[in-house]
Design a protein around this ligand. Structure first.
Ligand code: NAD
Length: 482
């Protein structure tokens, strides 16, 4: 069977890239090429910008309720195509199909639903000056927004950007990652079916350094919303700064998980395993550095390892697989190289540590055993650098001061989790952790209204709720003298 050819979605049509050349798209669970990705460049981005420019006046002037109706149709179509999209996501990314069905695709539908309705409720402020004047603030769409997303939660994060940008009246040039482009291609078909006017959303596929860089550098795209690695974010910030673009950067993480002896033990073990290995540990929010209060350490270790041993790793299309394949060969090699580094740094591998070769059609797939390591210092490279795979470290601590020092030691500041039944301690520690998101006695419990994002090298700005609608609009103050 010849591989499926993905097409760009520009000016309402599915078209080939200007170069007419394509990149290979691999199924990570088999190691085989199964689809082809447009190798787009600045010519495709230019056609998309022209289409978006032409579409902008009508889209931004459309009553918000009507825009909302169209976005709600897209949301409904995502829900209707849940099984098809979940299967595509699982094949493209390697994640268990059960996870794609339960999390990725429902969340993509929710993103459109949330912002389609949220935009209707966006209020602006008024400031009265006693007996003199009144100021009111207009919020106007920026024009064309560039949205660039990563491979770990492909449709989930792609729609998390596109939905607020469109809902607030912008036209969009979006580039999904070249590693997992399939569901964004399927989304373009759904946008056509939903009647999204042509040119409002343009999806340009291809390499980050080519198609992505063309979006970031284009002078007619004044806002860039990016989720991906910290190094890429640095390049984007440097390139966009001289053009004074608005930037939202959601970057890497190396999240601490603090386990105090007074925690609810069973729940803590269960949630810590989920936080460590969901999506093969390829979630920017995964808790990969687990700090455990010393006198609970051995008990926790034993229960944690026992639970990890029950995680079924294998063909992501099997409904009972809990962990699937790592997204790509280079990423698998990167994760394995960190396991080697951990050994060199004196770490003891408590379980896992190897590539797995399941039998049959998955023998060449990119599988890694869930890996737990102990005996490392809190500030060694294994504990400082983002691995972004199924690898966690266990480290004991004695005091609150000590664990705060450990937790806050990295360049990152995305998320942190605290397990304790002591309410005062929970608040005290939460306030002192250098992270944009704190979960107490839970993990990845998301309310879409809350501000989402990191501090330090984990990013700039916040997504979620009205934060995103504000990012994609410009404020204009109007002052009227009495
Ligand atoms: P990446 O930075 O390699 O790529 C992300 C996107 O940027 C892709 O679409 C890629 O094609 C594009 N890109 C690459 N170079 C570019 C350039 N020069 N100009 C414009 N675009 C470019 O990241 P990745 O490997 O796809 O994703 C993994 C990273 O994403 C991890 O670091 C992870 O922590 C991070 N992430 C962060 C969040 C968050 O919310 N903070 C969420 C998910 C993933």
């Amino acid at each position: 069977m010849s591989p499926t050819k993905i097409l760009n979605y520009i000016n309402g049509e599915l078209i080939a890239p200007a170069s007419n050349s394509y990149l290979n798209n691999y199924n990570p669970a088999t190691g085989k090429v199964y689809s082809l990705i447009p190798d787009s460049d600045e010519r495709d981005v230019q056609v998309a910008v022209d289409a978006a420019t032409a579409a902008f006046p009508a889209w931004s002037n459309m009553p918000v309720a009507k825009r909302s109706d169209i976005l709600l149709k897209i949301s409904a179509l995502i829900e209707k195509n849940l099984d098809k999209l979940a299967l595509a996501e699982s094949i493209d990314n390697g994640k268990p199909v059960s996870l794609a069905k339960a999390v990725d695709i429902p969340r993509a539908a929710a993103n459109f639903h949330f912002y389609a309705t949220g935009a209707i409720h966006l209020a602006t402020e008024a400031h009265a000056m006693e007996n003199t004047a009144i100021n009111y603030t207009l919020r106007q769409p920026i024009g064309i927004a560039g949205c660039i997303s990563p491979w770990n939660l492909p449709l989930y994060l792609f729609t998390w950007k596109i939905a607020p940008a469109l809902a607030s009246g912008n036209c969009v040039i979006a580039k999904p990652t070249e590693v997992t482009p399939m569901t964004s291609y399927l989304l373009s078909e759904l946008c056509i079916e939903a009647g999204l006017p042509k040119g409002v959303l343009n999806i340009v596929h291809g390499l980050g350094t080519k198609a992505g860089a063309a979006i970031v550098s284009h002078p007619k795209i004044p806002a860039i919303s990016f989720t991906g690695g910290t190094k890429t974010g640095e390049w984007i910030a440097k390139t966009a700064a001289p053009m004074f673009k608005k930037l939202s950067l959601e970057l890497g993480g190396k999240n601490p998980n603090l386990v105090f002896a007074d925690c609810n033990f069973d729940e803590t073990v269960k949630t810590s395993v989920t936080a460590a290995f969901s999506n093969q540990g390829e979630i920017c929010l995964c808790g990969s550095r687990i700090f455990i209060e010393k006198h609970l350490y051995e008990k926790f270790k034993e229960a944690f390892l026992k639970r990890v041993s029950t995680l079924k790793v294998g063909n992501p299309l099997n409904e009972d697989s809990r962990m699937g394949a790592i997204v790509s060969k280079p990423h698998m090699e990167k994760v394995l190289s960190y396991i080697e580094l951990a050994k060199q740094e004196g770490g003891k591998i408590l379980c896992g540590g190897n590539r797995m070769k399941p039998s049959g059609e998955n023998a060449e797939g990119y599988f890694i055993e869930p890996t737990v390591i102990e005996g490392l210092s809190y500030n060694c490279r294994t504990n400082m650098e983002e691995i972004f795979g199924p690898v966690v470290t266990l480290t004991p601590f004695e005091t609150e001061e000590e664990v705060l020092q450990y937790a806050n030691a990295t360049q990152y500041g995305l998320a942190a989790t605290i397990f304790t039944e002591n309410l005062n301690r929970a608040h005290r520690i939460a306030a002192q952790l250098h992270s944009g998101i704190i979960w107490i006695n839970c993990w990845l419990l998301r309310d879409l209204r809350t501000p989402f994002g990191g501090i330090k090298n984990s990013g700039v700005g916040r997504e979620g709720g009205f934060e995103a609608l504000k990012f994609f609009t410009e404020e204009k103050n109007v002052c009227i003298k009495f």
